[in-house]
Design a protein around this ligand. Sequence first.
Ligand SMILES: Nc1nc2c(c(=O)[nH]1)N[C@H]1C(S)=C(S)[C@@H](COP(=O)(O)O)O[C@H]1N2
Ligand SMILES: [Mo]
Length: 208
Amino acid sequence: LQGVEKLTYKVQRALTGRTALAREFSKADISSDFKANGTLNPRDPDYEALRDGGFADYRLVIDGLVEEPLSLSLADLRAQPARTQITRHDCVEGWSSIGEWSGARLAPLLERARLKPNARFIVFHCADTLDGAARDNLNGRYYESIDLDDAFHEQTILAYDMNGAPLPVKHGAPIRLRVERQLGYKHAKYVMRIEAVESFDQIGLGKG
Ligand SMILES: Nc1nc2c(c(=O)[nH]1)N[C@H]1C(S)=C(S)[C@@H](COP(=O)(O)O)O[C@H]1N2
Ligand SMILES: [Mo]
């Protein structure tokens, strides 16, 4: 599977280019009922405390292989270079929905944190524990990883608004990743920490 996944990536990048944009849609295309999937309301106590406080105490940490680790409030994130895009979300379970997303572009934040030369992947650590997830791995918390092409891509944003309103809890409040050239499961919700790594040795039982 791993070998074929690498081939799939190579073919995707060869056919579409490293910086090609995912298709964008018009307001008229927005789904009236964007399906929510996976975790809809994290029951982790740390997250519940943040949510009950209106996310006033939320801080997004950017660390790992960076020269300058960052800790950003929602107000900080809303003050960053932003992008709004209407895109189609495709879940491998067999459904799609179109929504409008606004958020801070990831590239300028990574430029501010200054990646070390050996950083090759960006890992997103989420607040929610998956039912039945392996407890020996990252405490069973949801996580995702992307390469630097996707991390610095124009449409890769840390979304705080959906369809013109603050992101609802079921869609990942206060912050969810939009990485528009990837399938639904890559779009991490409830993002708490962004870590730059060199390899997947320490992530997901060594499999990223
Ligand atoms: N933290 C977290 N992120 C997640 C999930 C999850 O369960 N937890 N589910 C993934 C899957 S499989 C999909 S299809 C999308 C669903 O996003 P939505 O609820 O906004 O539709 O989130 C992805 N990101
Ligand atoms: Mo999904």
